[in-house]
Design a binder for this molecule. Sequence first.
Ligand SMILES: [Fe+2]
Ligand SMILES: [Fe+2]
Length: 185
Amino acid sequence: MRTASATAQAQHGAIDINRFRHPIEFLFEEHDRQRVICAAFELLAHDCAADRAPEIAALILGYLEHEMPLHIADEEEDLFPLLTRRCTPEDEFEELVALLSCEHETDEKHYLALLAPLRAIVNGLGPPDPVQFAADARAFAVRQRRHLGWENGTVLPLARRRLTAADRAELGRKMAERRGISDRP
Ligand SMILES: [Fe+2]
Ligand SMILES: [Fe+2]
């Protein structure tokens, strides 16, 4: 069976290890890609029978199936534990991380439910219930933008302030390994 990292590597092709030397910037870039996904969902919600709908659905599907699980793991398994170690009580990170982890769980359930209708659009069939799909797609975009607001506005600035050079190196190494790349010979 193919591992998640091997699949990710196949998706990315040759990933430049240098991108992971600046892991916080990589996470900001990933959030920019998630904003594109939100906009793509809104396009489909507006008209899931448009000529370009299969192409747009394929873009979203690729991201949700391959990139999103890696991104959530980057945050849950590496970034949040590092920040929990480094933040001071006045950062109030504990409350924030509880909220964001809860959102990761519920968002995962919601986007997994969107995969089947997206596949149907990719195959030119259209979602079984277009009205429900449009509502779910718009709701995903709203929730995701709020989540990105917390992470870009609070979590990543905290990471810039609190993580040491060694923390950043460890974070980048783990994120690269998760995608099946290593800078070791
Ligand atoms: Fe994130
Ligand atoms: Fe997140």
